[in-house]
Design a protein around this ligand. Structure first.
Ligand code: GLA
Length: 403
């Protein structure tokens, strides 16, 4: 009887131990780069190595970008005779471990893609039925991040499938950031907090300000359709568990000002900042946007509070995000194509966050305003604020209390 009792305790203990994701990871939104938006399945080891070099040479590493994530298309079409996944020998003749080592040698981290279904979205072997075997292999290769997709998952329960891979990763004993990619279909924000560190909230992003492109049973969306569809999920985000608005399209064809808005919004909404452009050939203006340390600091603020829309009209949207130390990030976004003359009284519509009960406090008399993209102080909130904002551009401020 005593033995039985002990056995029971051990089983319960092992279930508890398994039912965990790696902790203390992604305490701020993960930052990095992913191959999919620009390269699709046209990837290879030179691309990974050159991207790692670019991280260091262009200062992206110093700005906080850390993960290089290889998306779909890295595998051969079949598993080997032992059912192990095999890297495509033409694209990755040196295997995956050697590029992981290269990325690590630059002081960066490596992420890989797999899928919960029988096949990945691009038709390569999925992990269904091989979760523990694949997680063990990933850990042997030294990966730090797994993006886990949701194609070809007929009859699978999403929560259960992601729990299985979470437990498999946990059993591998590596600290691996687990990126859930089921497009928001099963509302992961309601169940994934203890399973993954980030979860996609929509189908795939596409490179436009305000379009939606149908693909039969799903749509890809531009920047504003993604934001508008999922803007009410802020209470689910926080350190270690983030709403993922998808890899960014900055540098992939929108105007520079639209890119600034895109980058500001992903930062304000505490989305992971995963670049999706070709780092080897971007313009100086793109680099300036993605490397702006002030804007990145808004995204990486330790409180991890997602922004909300404070005021909205046809031409203007004002988004606000409470930051540590009583500071605030405030974005004035010109939604129209024409220049906007802004005239704003800070105290007419007081900023008051219903979720966190933080508010812009009059007791400070005024806050100083710092323009985050221009990196300059622009005055105090004690008088009517006037400015000009170009079409589809943003004025992104940090407000700091004056004592
Ligand atoms: C899905 C994902 C994308 C990408 C592709 C790869 O569409 O949502 O982000 O990973 O699969 O096939």
């Amino acid at each position: 009887m005593r033995k039985l009792f002990l056995l029971l305790i051990m089983i319960v203990f092992s279930i508890c131990v398994n039912a965990q994701k790696a902790e203390n990871l992604a305490l701020t939104p993960p930052m990095g780069w992913n191959s999919w938006n620009t390269f699709g399945t046209d990837i290879n080891e030179q691309l990974v190595m050159q991207t790692a070099d670019a991280f260091v040479e262009l200062g992206l590493k110093e700005a906080g970008y850390e993960y290089i994530v290889l998306d779909d298309g890295w595998m051969a079409k079949e598993r080997d005779e032992n059912n192990n996944l095999v890297p495509d020998p033409k694209k990755f003749p040196g295997g995956i471990k050697s590029i992981v080592d290269y990325v690590h040698s630059k002081g960066l981290k490596f992420g890989l893609y797999e899928c919960a279904g029988n096949q990945t979205c691009a038709g390569y072997p999925g992990s269904r039925g091989f979760e523990y075997q694949d997680a063990k292999l990933f850990a042997e290769w030294g990966i730090d991040f797994l993006k886990y997709d949701w194609c070809n998952t007929e009859n699978l329960n999403a929560k259960g499938a992601y729990e299985t891979m979470r437990d498999a990763l946990h059993a591998s004993k590596q600290p691996i950031v687990f990126s859930i990619c089921e497009w928001g279909d099963n509302e992961p924000w309601k169940w994934a907090k203890d399973i993954g560190h980030l979860w996609r909230v929509t189908g795939d992003i596409t490179n436009c300000w305000d379009c939606e492109v149908g693909h039969g049973n799903w749509s890809s969306r531009g920047i504003w359709p993604i934001i508008n569809l999922r803007k009410d999920l802020r209470k689910f985000a926080g350190p270690g568990h983030w709403n993922d608005l998808d890899m960014m399209e900055v540098g992939n064809g929108m105007t520079d000002s639209e890119d600034r808005v895109h980058f500001a919004m992903w930062s304000l909404l505490t989305s992971p900042l995963i670049l999706g452009n070709d780092l080897r050939s971007m313009s100086n203006e793109t680099l300036k946007t993605i490397e702006n340390k002030n804007v990145i600091a808004v995204n990486q603020d330790v409180l991890g509070i997602q922004a909300y829309c404070h005021l909205k009209s046809l031409e203007l949207e004002i988004w606000v995000k409470p930051l540590a130390n009583g500071e605030w990030a405030v974005a004035f976004i010109n939604m129209s194509n024409d220049e906007l003359l802004l005239s704003y009284d800070w105290w007419k519509h007081p900023i008051n966050d219903q979720l966190t009960h933080k508010q812009l406090e009059k007791k400070y008399k005024s806050y100083s305003m710092y323009d985050l993209y221009a990196s300059k102080n622009i005055g105090l909130t004690n008088k009517n604020f006037e400015s000009k904002i170009k079409g589809h551009d943003v004025l992104l401020l940090k407000l700091s209390p004056q004592k």
